[in-house]
Design a protein around this ligand. Structure first.
Ligand SMILES: Nc1ncnc2c1ncn2[C@@H]1O[C@H](COP(=O)(O)OP(=O)(O)OP(=O)(O)O)[C@@H](O)[C@H]1O
Ligand SMILES: [Mg+2]
Length: 333
């Protein structure tokens, strides 16, 4: 299958100021050497606990943040474009192809402009003609399940679910290829979540979108995704087909995430789940070895030195950065 995007060794470090003692810069490593390919038409879920860098990674991909290092390639039929090195004009052009839907539908809509203007704004920025703007806005509002008369209203007069539909319309109106949904349903109640997920799936089938679906909720990820990438402390610690990752988690952190969902740990699923104690690491410190070391029940002295590089495992394309867990499980220790 063709990939539409490649993220290669991407880092995003935030400068937090200087230390009092020696005046050195304090760097927060929000995304730390992340690499993956995104395949055409798939939904890749990115999961991990709060603060692990999911949104920062999404923002780097849509060019809301400049990366500290690494490269992001957008693949189109004519060839690959290195978005991290392209000129601002080229980046602006391709920004259309990669759009983002945010978590909070209210905060992401300007309360002072009506829904027509809200949805039309990205088209105006991208230089569309007036007739095309009118036509596209009229089409998309119905595609997301709202009506044309809603276009004259302002954001405050909509429910949370409707506001998220407006957010979706705004992201999709320019005709992107890749859509990043950053906790797009997390602020909604469960029944509205299901409606929005079904809408996103329907739009994907119709328009052949490729999705990156960021969430901290494994049940939502389980419902919508084809592949799953698990992030921990700014790194991807495991990536693979959904069924492989959920059934045969290779990393202790993934195992703990799955263990937290009762529905996914029924009797058929025989792996004994282990939960994690402790707190995520401080992303401003210079850690060596495995970032999960202090919290992991499989740890050994080797892990202290081990780098978090993804290793190939016996299931094709299922990669994990843990060297110990499977060894321990296989030898029954
Ligand atoms: N603009 C910024 N300046 C400084 N630090 C930041 C900035 N944006 C994010 N961070 C830090 O980077 C880390 C990753 O944040 P990010 O928002 O990407 O996490 P997340 O995985 O999306 O979390 P959540 O699930 O809560 O949305 C956090 O420690 C956060 O405090
Ligand atoms: Mg986030």
């Amino acid at each position: 299958m063709n990939h539409v995007l490649e993220v290669k060794n991407v880092c995003k470090f935030f400068q937090l100021g200087k230390t009092k003692m020696f005046g050195e810069q304090i760097l927060l490593k929000a995304v730390n050497d992340v690499s993956f390919k995104l395949y055409e038409g798939e939904t890749l879920g990115i999961i991990g606990e709060s603060g692990c860098g999911k949104s920062t990674l999404g923002r780097c991909i849509v060019n809301l943040y400049n990366t500290t290092s690494g490269q992001i390639f957008y693949n189109e039929p004519k060839g690959e474009i290195n978005l991290t090195q392209a000129s601002e004009r080229v980046r602006q052009y391709h920004r259309r192809n990669i759009q983002i839907i945010f978590q909070d539908p209210f905060a992401s809509l300007n309360p002072r402009i009506n829904i027509f203007e809200t949805i039309a704004e990205p088209l105006i920025v991208n230089g569309f003609r007036k007739e095309e703007i009118n036509q596209r806005v009229a089409e998309i509002i119905e595609e997301v399940g709202l009506r044309k008369e809603h276009l004259r209203r302002f954001p405050h007069s909509f429910s949370g679910g409707q506001r998220q539909r407006i957010g979706i319309a705004r992201a999709l109106v320019v005709g992107p290829k890749i859509v990043i949904c950053d906790e797009a349903v997390s602020a909604l109640d469960v029944s509205v979540q299901a409606q929005i997920i079904n809408l996103l799936k329907k739009l994907q089938e119709k328009n052949k979108f490729t999705y990156i679906f960021i969430s901290h909720d494994m049940s939502v990820i389980n419902h919508i995704c084809d592949r799953i990438a698990v992030m921990y402390a700014g790194k991807i610690v495991e990536i693979g087909e959904k069924k492989d990752v959920l059934k045969y988690p290779k990393h202790p952190y993934t195992e703990a995430l799955i263990g937290a969902i009762p529905k996914l740990t029924n009797r058929k699923n025989k792996i004994k789940r282990k939960s994690l104690a402790g707190e995520p690491p401080d992303l401003t410190s210079n850690m060596g070895g495995c970032y999960l070391f202090d919290r992991c029940s499989y740890k050994s002295s080797e892990c202290k030195e081990m780098l978090n590089e993804l290793l190939n495992t016996e299931i094709s394309n299922h990669k994990s950065s843990c060297i110990k867990r499977n060894e321990v499980e296989l030898t029954g220790l």
